[in-house]
Design a protein around this ligand. Sequence first.
Ligand code: 3AT
Ligand code: MN
Ligand code: MN
Length: 555
Amino acid sequence: AQHGRQWGVTPPISTALPTDKELAINEAMITELKNQNNFEGQADTERRQQVLKLFQRVTEEFVKHVGTLKGLSPSVIENAGGAVHTFGSYRLGVYGPGSDIDTLVVGPKHVSRDDFFEHFPSLLRKIGSEDAITELTLVRDAYVPIIKIKYLDISIDLIFTRLALSAVPLDLDLKQDSLLRGLDETDLKCINGTRVTDEMLALVPQVKTFRQALRAVKLWAQRRAIYANIMGYPGGVAWAMMVARICQLYPMAAGATLVNKFFHLMWEWPWPRPVMLKEIEDGPLDVRIWNPQIYPGDKRHIMPIITPAYPSMCATHNISYYTKEVIIRELERAKSITNQIMDGKKQWKDLFEKSPFFTQGYKYYLSVIAASKTKEAHDVWSGLVQSKVRRLVTGIEQSDTGVALVQPFNKGFDRVHHCKSKDEEEQVCQGKLDFQVDKTETTEEAKNIKQNAAAEGEGANSKMPSGETPEVNEDGTTTIYTTTFYVGIGLQDGAKSLDISYPVGDFKRQCTEWDQYNPNLNSIRIIHTRNYDLPADVFEPGDVRPTKAKAKKKS
Ligand code: 3AT
Ligand code: MN
Ligand code: MN
């Protein structure tokens, strides 16, 4: 880090170098991260690098191939280039054994998105090894069109942008705003993720300590069930920007110190003051930039965290009053634990302890059960319902219901059931687990269906009409797929009853108003579940399950 330079929108809080004690605590943090399997082995990382090299070769061939098809002159074709960039956890250097590689292919102006979907897969088959490809799914009509690939067992999310240039050199700096001129809306969305990660890395004083701190914060947020943009918590990009801001304020600090400062500063942050890594800049396009002075919607953001690349946006618009409460509560716990770690009184593993959401979180839960009769229909339906759970939370927030806290769990639970009758199907839709298929069988089944989808070359996420015929098994049973989202409900002191029928009804209506909703295939139910009635599979070995209290006093 250069001394004396200001990183970000204010001067640093401290430029102190780490003490020996802080360096030792940082070593302990990295050791614990290794124990938690947070780092990938050297051989696997080298395999990723090889795969990226291959993708770069395929990209160059692809650009040449399309140039030839379009009859461009040999000199133009020779110089047209083409480049592979990465974003996500791989680019940030915080990936683990299960991470994918988020990859952006950048092409010159003569290459279109249709060319990408038409020619890239076949060139990959030709130049790479056919056997290495175990999955290849095209999702053309998504918000961000994508090719999902599994190559040498590594998942790769491949997206594409065309620039208005006749040549795309390998080292082209995508941070330049002028490159955005002439791009269509989809190209802008596709290039944005890379621009944000590249900016972030350029705006932190020391990439090494940033990565160490971010690994710890990400693991903590996942364990505490507050990592999921879709459910109203910060996602990976938002957590990374918060950590980056702390790095700017303590430019010389060790990773462990940054983690401790992170919990202090984020806990006491004067929300809704935005977290920003630089001043918001104007640029060459006629597009909306985050601005609470102009846009009432932006003014309503509760914990705004603003992306640094033009056009700046809020990465946390999904956070609501209650999810903020949950986040703040977790920040406070983590602040106290890391204080004690810095004092030698606690260990890093204490920070990463799993959330007690199911074991001792609440007495009452809502189970939001999305069910479907085919796997295809369920992939889309469960995603739609998941994206609306936030609306259920804000709906309860906005009505006067005697509720003190609402906490959505950050993940849904997928289950598969075989039913012998309409009555059993109905029971499954209402949350009954008596007809569930054996777990191992379930995953095999899911795998087969995935492979079939891949063979057909169309993704489950695409807007294809979903399978219209319910799946009937050899033994005559029908299969029902369910995904259940759990929402913890804390009642106000003295609250006698829980009447949330209005927000619940409103939520159901929002789900069923969806244009692909098919009442013959899909269903949505919300049931009240007491803590001692929670199903076994939400617990992990070693968890103490809530039990029914003896009925001595009425509460
Ligand atoms: P992993 O290590 O892969 O688990 P990650 O941070 O790389 O963590 P993802 O691969 O899920 O997480 O996402 C990487 C980036 O891709 C984050 C975001 O800019 C973009 N992204 C992810 N999901 C979506 C989505 N549904 N729509 C648009 N962009 C998305
Ligand atoms: Mn990723
Ligand atoms: Mn990804």
